[in-house]
Design a protein around this ligand. Sequence first.
Ligand code: ATP
Ligand code: MG
Length: 294
Amino acid sequence: MTATTPPLHAPQLDRTGGTVSENPTTADVALDVRGFRKIYGGKGRTVEAVRDLTFSIGRGELVCIVGPSGAGKTTLLRGIAGLMDLTEGEVLLNGARVSGPPAGMAVVFQEYGRSLYPWMTVRRNVELPLKAKGLGKAERARKVDAALEAVELSDSGEAYPWQLSGGMQQRVAIARAVAYEPSVLLMDEPFAAVDAQTRADLEDLVRSVWERLRVTLLFVTHDIDEAVYLGQRVLVLSNRPTVVLEDVVVDLPVQRDQLETRASARFTELRHHVYLQIQRAKAGHRPEPEEASR
Ligand SMILES: Nc1ncnc2c1ncn2[C@@H]1O[C@H](COP(=O)(O)OP(=O)(O)OP(=O)(O)O)[C@@H](O)[C@H]1O
Ligand SMILES: [Mg+2]
């Protein structure tokens, strides 16, 4: 860390300065990412998307990930969700190695349009994972209603996804994940297609769902303010081949408010710090060997 940056740095796996994630014991760790490496191979073209990502997330923690475009954020989430083989390393969920899509995990994909079934109404899209979970009809209906209401789509239940705007489709994908009540929720730039006001509302929705369900939440965003507003920690990724540049503890109060939190001095300090880190990442900065050592 340079002298110009405020003391916000929480070294990997040694978050002694953290307000929430102080030395999680093995039992407290929901998600453990160890030596995650991904090289995409193809005819004549190989891309080392991710070099070495190692971090753990405590049960019920809300961690945001920011990093330059192409840094491998989506790759990381696909690996955690068991949708892709790693080149090296492993992902442990509650201590068990992930080798396929784990039960109890929900993902809101960056390409939300492709994740909804066009031949099913909005209601049926949201209901589908609840059927897989084995819930009865009345309970499914209740959860679908509540989730659609939470994303302000109560009027669109009978519409088909292709009849909705991009932002509305994105909200359907969010409703589906929320209704499922997962124990681990992965979100990949879920608010990219919504307007600023809706985005603020959805940020607060995510915080309230997280608080209510105590879900372990990993949230990828390119928006620094959003990462600081939402997260208890922000992992800043380097550019490709990707490693963790910094693990920033967000020591803002639990109760967050779009106006007050964002106007607070600490929020400004944190966003300034993360902004500088992203600039360093884009400029090709990599952690010092001792920072990177584990
Ligand atoms: N299926 C694939 N085959 C080959 N290369 C891939 C594949 N998917 C991703 N890549 C490459 O891996 C790198 C990381 O991609 P990824 O989509 O994970 O980045 P990202 O951080 O999510 O980017 P963005 O912020 O733009 O969403 C990029 O260089 C990309 O071209
Ligand atoms: Mg991506």
